[in-house]
Design a protein around this ligand. Sequence first.
Ligand code: HAM
Length: 410
Amino acid sequence: MKINPVRGTHDLFGDEINKFNKVVAEVKNISQQFGFNELITPIFESSELFKKPLGEQSDVVLKEMYTFNDRNEDEITLRPEYTTPMIRAAISNGLLNNLPAKFFGTGQMFRRERPQKGRYRQFNQINFENFGSDDLFADIEIICLANTLLKKLIPNSKFTLHINTLGARENLSDYKKILSKFFNNNQKFLSKDSLDKINTNPLRILDSKNPEDSVLIKKSPKLIDLTSKTDLNNYEEIKKSLTGLGINIFEDPNLVRGLDYYCHTVFEFKSNELGSQDTLIGGGRYNGLIQTLGGKNLPGVGWAGGIERIMLLMKSIPKKQENIHLAILDPTFKLHAIKIYDFLIKNNFSVYWNYKYNLKKSLSFANEKRINYLIIVGENEKANNNFSLKNLSNGKQVIVNIDNILDYLK
Ligand code: HAM
């Protein structure tokens, strides 16, 4: 019986797992530098955590969630994103008493999308969230964090920060009405996909990639005309600070993001080396969301990045390998060899047991793997606890006692 992986899922091994671990290690490093604490949430949650907050008409809720009834009929969803679970966890555990509360996490997300390069049904996200601060510096800091992380992980790739402001939440609901009216009056210039969104999700028409829609989108009412002077000034200040930090900015008035909870600053880091799934990181402000989820009326800002997408741009990472191999001359010396093996491992060396029990085979195996040292275990070694230590880079061989072998290897 041959069972294939489920469509849109993948296994991680070899070079991929090295890249994956590097991403997670860098995320942990940088979270310390910027003062974010780790928060790990369950992979599944009550479906209601996602339905309204992400938007009943968003693609994620309409088409992509893995939702099922538990045996007692509770409706459960595999998390499609990490922001709402983090807020739920912060509220459930009373983590919002000392503000700002800054959290990060990495883990698997699930969306039933059409799989292609950079888009999977199970994928991993990095997530950074800052709860409780309305300060513009919270927006700047979290974008700067994203930029610093990407520079560390993909120093040779070019990526650009696309940024927009959606203004206050009230403006946004007025704007949606104005847009629906405009698109309704111009239906004949829209693609079929966009027609379906006129009354339910008109904002998403703005980021349609269908060329049929492009002329009308250009002529559509602009959100910026509804945005207050103060909000616009704040937006200018954010952009100015980011440019001052040397971040490449592209102002995109049609950037609206796919989830309903955003207001004010929204942003995406994009790369043109990735094809159609070109967004490495996406995020923004979500003032009001914490209250929607049963918490206090607190602001928030954050982002999520796709680990698999970042990995597509990372260079191979050589595996750190065991630098000592054991050459056990024949199986009768196994019991003796395990003593030195155990001794070296307990002293933090990496040692490899090759199952060959033959000097010639052990030598060629170790040479092929470019190993530094070979420890030969045979009759002589068994008799007096001495071991032959062969340095494979210069060919020199010495006999050392177990008591001073550590000094030699260090
Ligand atoms: P999102 O734009 O839906 O935002 O996802 C963020 C990132 O996750 C994307 O830019 C992409 O790199 C990655 N991603 C999304 N879907 C897939 C997929 N099917 N396969 C591979 N990678 C994928 C959010 O999830 C928001 N929660 C971000 C946020 C945090 N906003 C505020 N805080």
